[in-house]
Design a protein around this ligand. Structure first.
Ligand code: B16
Ligand code: MG
Length: 218
């Protein structure tokens, strides 16, 4: 029986994936790396430094920067990203999310957060969700990021649940792989081709309801 939900943040609860893309795109173009949608998708769920490395590799520039230069580029991205985050309000919740979270709490499900972002506490505060997600995996304590199962396994541990008792919700292919590897049921939000490995797929968050989930699990 399902007793808990482990949530990704960026791209599932809120539209910050757009802000991440906007901030990375500026850095990519500054170092002469061409931006495209596939690159934007590949960065979802990936840590900050792994994202930068992927961007540089995409433009065959992986050997052109020192560690200090890379750190400066990552910091520049984050500064820009946080400017965008600081303008957020609860209006930036994706469609249906507030009602879905309320319905889960009312039905007695436990909730935790499995976000790769070091900024998740700040984002949750902006969205008015700090009290909803009191249990969040600290990404700085992880040995491996998504697609490794570690982060979603830890999300279940925080709830004292077995992974088989949890549903993981993700918008990124790397995240679905992490959920599946952890042994949880995976829900993918977005393009079913990108998220083909998900147990259940919804094209957007408005479809994310307990009734729809139960219908798909039956
Ligand atoms: P930060 P998620 C991920 O969050 C984002 O999808 C990814 O694009 C970002 O690079 C990563 O967080 C790290 O974020 O730079 O804020 O530490 O989707 O796992 O909630
Ligand atoms: Mg995400």
């Amino acid at each position: 029986d399902i007793k808990g939900f482990v949530f990704d943040l960026d791209g599932v609860i809120t539209d910050t994936s757009v802000f991440h893309s906007q901030a990375w795109r500026q850095v990519a173009e500054k170092v002469g790396v061409q931006w495209d949608d596939q690159l934007a998708d590949a960065l979802k769920g990936i840590s900050r430094m792994d994202s930068l490395n992927l961007i540089l590799k995409h433009g065959h520039r992986e050997n052109d920067f020192s560690a200090a230069e890379k750190q400066a580029l990552a910091t520049e991205k984050n500064t820009h990203y946080l400017e965008l985050v600081d303008q957020m309000t609860p209006a930036n919740l994706l469609p249906g999310i507030k009602d879905f979270l309320t319905s889960l709490q009312t039905a007695g499900y436990q909730l935790s957060l499995a976000s790769a972002s070091k900024n998740s506490a700040r984002v949750l505060a902006k969205l008015g969700l700090s009290a909803v997600f009191t249990k969040a995996v600290d990404p700085t304590t992880l040995t491996h990021g998504k697609p490794d199962p570690e982060i979603f396994r830890r999300g279940a541990e925080l709830l004292n649940l077995d992974p088989a008792q949890c549903i993981g919700v993700e918008d990124a292919a790397a995240g679905i792989q992490s959920i599946n590897g952890a042994g949880e049921t995976s829900i993918g939000i977005g393009d079913p081709q990108v998220l083909a490995a998900a147990d259940i797929n919804f094209k957007d968050t408005a479809e994310l309801t307990l009734a729809n989930i139960k219908a798909r699990m039956a």
